[in-house]
Design a protein around this ligand. Structure first.
Ligand SMILES: Cc1ncc(COP(=O)(O)O)c(C=O)c1O
Length: 411
């Protein structure tokens, strides 16, 4: 019997990883539907909705301006200008509006960046643990991810890039290095010195950097952040991505952007027009308000300040637990404690342990293996983009789970 052609889809899809975060959100919803009081410390989005002034701008565009049609493929000129001005004011860069391409979500920007550069067989260096969209996006295009472990230097020093290992893994097929800073899932903020060294590698070895800085408004304890768009010769090696999801709690609006030198940006419109046509019209109008209205920036500062507090609260809940090595992160919304000692004490792997915490205690957290390969197998990701009550209750449930499992092994 011959196979139906509809089943002849690309076999690489079977081996693809979904985004762990989305699967675990669904698990939380299922438990909640059964009536359990679920605490979710897994979600990478703020616990509050988009600011009112931004919502008002979208409603105005829809109701008053009837702004419901297609727009220019790389985004409306006013928004491209606002993004360029924002980056230039903030990072002292010289981005031109023509170098900005607005996309449906930062994920759209990441995929466009990969589609612009990755030919089948090309390699992308992925410091791991990593947000999965870089390696999986590359694989869709026939590219090959090369995972390089991010170093954990203990609960005082935290995480850093292993630059010599990155350089050693550059081959004649290497097109780019994916750098997310501040970093999901570790909460690391790579130092200006490390970034200078990274840029030096990119210049010498003629490889690009895919610079995803989507968490750049969540930096804590006054730590210094250097944007990869701030290097004067960024046009020679950077394709930059950022977006509205995390900063303005606009995850459902699907709006991001990419910055790349003008010759390439122009060509990217040819790709984008054949994939999505244009970004969402009224969301773009609202995004201009998000960037330009000082009221939004006061809101962002307040959110970032609150999350810094939530980070410390969660850290205090975790830091003294047996076998848990927590580092107080410097950026993004995450703590990524190493739990290898705990796992060997309770004789479990990280996924079984996380399943236990979810099933028995209705606390949703993510195993490090969701990011996306082997380096995360000794870690758990907690998000602190939530309320004080959720963190205290989540911390209590996590402690109970650890205590129960340790007692079981003693019996
Ligand atoms: C590092 C990183 N980049 C990109 C994204 C995707 O953002 P967007 O919702 O704008 O597609 C996320 C979302 O979790 C992220 O963590």
């Amino acid at each position: 019997m011959s196979t139906s052609p509809t089943l002849n889809y690309r076999k690489m899809i079977d081996g693809m990883r979904g985004e762990g975060g989305f699967a675990y959100i669904a698990r939380g919803r299922m438990l909640a539907a059964k009536g359990y009081k679920v605490i979710n410390l897994s979600i990478g989005q703020p616990d509050v909705p988009t600011p009112e002034n931004v919502i008002d701008a979208a409603v105005y565009a829809l109701k008053e301006e009837k702004y419901t049609g297609y727009t220019e493929t790389p985004g409306i000129p006013e928004l491209r200008r606002a993004i360029a001005e924002y980056l230039n004011t903030r990072y002292g860069s010289d981005v031109k509006p023509e170098e900005v391409v607005v996309t449906p979500g930062t994920k759209g920007a990441i995929f466009l960046a990969l589609a612009a550069y990755i030919d089948p067989g090309d390699e992308i260096i992925v410091p791991e643990p990593s947000y999965p969209a870089y390696p999986e996006g590359a694989r869709i295009l026939g590219g090959v991810p090369r995972y390089i472990p991010i170093r954990f230097n203990g609960s005082r020093e935290g995480f850093s890039l292993d630059l010599s290992l990155i350089e050693k893994n550059i081959t004649s097929r290497t097109k780019m290095i994916a750098i997310n800073n501040p970093h999901n899932p570790t909460g690391a903020l790579f130092t200006p010195k490390q970034l200078d060294e990274l840029v030096d590698i990119a210049r010498r070895r003629k490889v690009m950097i895919l610079a995803d800085e989507i968490y750049d408004n969540f930096i804590y304890d006054g730590a210094e952040f250097k944007s990869l768009i701030s290097y004067p010769d960024w046009r020679d090696y950077v394709v930059y991505t950022n977006g509205f999801s995390k900063t303005f709690s606009m995850t459902g609006w699907r709006l991001g952007y990419l910055v790349v030198r003008e010759e390439v940006a122009r060509n990217l419109s040819k790709l984008a027009v054949n994939i999505w046509g244009c970004p969402i019209s009224f969301a773009q109008k609202a995004a201009i308000t998000a960037l330009k209205d000082p009221e939004t920036w006061r809101w962002v500062e307040e959110l970032s300040r609150r999350y810094s507090e939530m980070r410390k609260l969660l850290y205090n809940e975790l830091k003294d637990l047996p076998g848990v090595e927590a580092w107080l992160s410097r950026g993004a919304y995450y703590l990524f404690p190493r739990v290898s000692k705990l796992l060997s004490m309770i004789n479990m792997d990280v996924e079984d342990f996380v399943d236990y915490v979810i099933d028995k205690h209705h606390l949703i957290i993510l195993p490090g293996t969701a990011f996306p390969d082997k380096a995360g197998k000794e870690y758990i990701r907690f998000s602190f983009a939530t309320s004080r009550e959720a963190i205290i209750e989540g911390g209590k449930r996590f402690k109970e789970a650890v205590t129960e499992l340790l007692e079981k092994t003693r019996r």
